[in-house]
Design a binder for this molecule. Structure first.
Ligand SMILES: [Fe+2]
Ligand SMILES: [Fe+2]
Length: 223
C-alpha cells in the first residue's frame, strides 16, 4: 500500500513491528507521531493488565493505530474513492477521519498483521463502532488518555475514573463528554452507533439519565 505513494520513504523493515513503526515514522519526519503511538501503546498495556487482555495485542494496537500519518491527508479521500469504500458523511467533510481505516490497511498490507482483533481496534480507534470488542475499547480509551495535543486532556480525570468501572463505562463517558462539550466536528455513523449500543446495554447503567449524556456518576450493576 505504502509503495503507491511516491513521497513516502520506506526504510528496510526488520520484521520487528515496534522498531519498524519507529523507522517508518522517523524516515517520514513523524517523530511526534512516534512519541504519541508509543505513549498509547504503554497506556493500552496498562489497560490490558487491568482487564486481563492480551498485552502483545494491545501493544501492537498502540504502535500501529496512527501509522497512516505518513500519508498526506489530502490523499486519504482519494484513496477511499479509488477503492470504492463506503464513505461516511463525516469522512467526506473531514477526510482526516479516514486515517483510522487507512491505518488498518497499512497494518494489514505493509506490516502483515492478520489478527482481526488488532485490525478492528485500529480501524475504529477514533469513532469506535457498534458492539465494540474489549480491544476496540481499550485502544479507543488509551488513545484519548494519551492524546496528541499539549497538556492533560480536559476529560482525563472522569475518563480515568470511569475506567475503574469498566471499558464500556469509560468509552461512554468519553463520548458523552465530547458531545456535551461540542468537541466533535461532525459525528461519524460508527460513533453514533457505538454510543447508542453502549447506552442500551441492558441493566448496565445505574444513575444514568436516559437519553442525555453520561455523567460522572454512572455506575455499573454487577449482573
Ligand atoms: Fe488516530
Ligand atoms: Fe492516536
Amino acid at each position: 500500500m505504502l509503495s503507491g505513494f511516491s513521497y513516502i520513504t520506506i526504510p528496510g523493515f526488520s520484521g520487528d513491528i515496534k522498531s519498524d513503526v519507529k523507522k517508518l515514522l522517523y524516515a517520514n519526519k513523524k517523530s511526534k507521531t512516534y512519541r504519541h503511538v508509543k505513549a498509547v501503546a504503554i497506556t493500552d498495556i496498562k489497560i490490558a493488565e487491568q482487564y486481563k487482555l492480551d498485552i502483545n495485542i494491545c501493544e501492537l494496537c498502540g504502535y500501529l493505530h496512527d501509522i497512516s500519518a505518513v500519508i498526506d491527508r489530502n490523499d486519504m479521500l482519494a484513496y477511499a474513492v479509488e477503492n470504492n469504500w463506503h464513505i461516511d458523511e463525516a469522512e467526506k467533510k473531514f477526510p482526516m477521519l479516514l486515517h483510522q481505516r487507512i491505518s488498518r490497511v497499512i497494518a494489514e498490507q505493509d506490516f502483515n498483521i492478520t489478527d482481526k482483533r488488532i485490525l478492528s481496534a485500529i480501524e475504529c480507534h477514533s469513532t469506535l463502532k457498534s458492539n465494540p470488542s474489549d480491544y476496540d475499547m481499550a485502544l479507543f480509551i488509551a488513545d484519548k488518555l494519551s492524546w496528541d495535543q499539549n497538556g492533560k486532556p480536559p476529560f482525563y480525570d472522569i475518563l480515568r475514573d470511569a475506567l475503574n468501572q469498566s471499558l464500556e463505562a469509560a468509552s461512554l463517558v468519553y463520548m458523552g463528554y465530547i458531545v456535551e462539550n461540542k468537541m466533535i466536528l461532525h459525528p461519524h455513523q460508527w460513533f453514533n452507533e457505538s454510543m447508542e449500543f453502549l447506552r442500551n446495554l441492558k441493566n448496565n447503567f445505574v444513575g444514568y439519565d436516559g437519553p442525555g449524556v453520561p455523567r460522572k456518576y454512572i455506575k455499573f450493576t454487577q449482573d
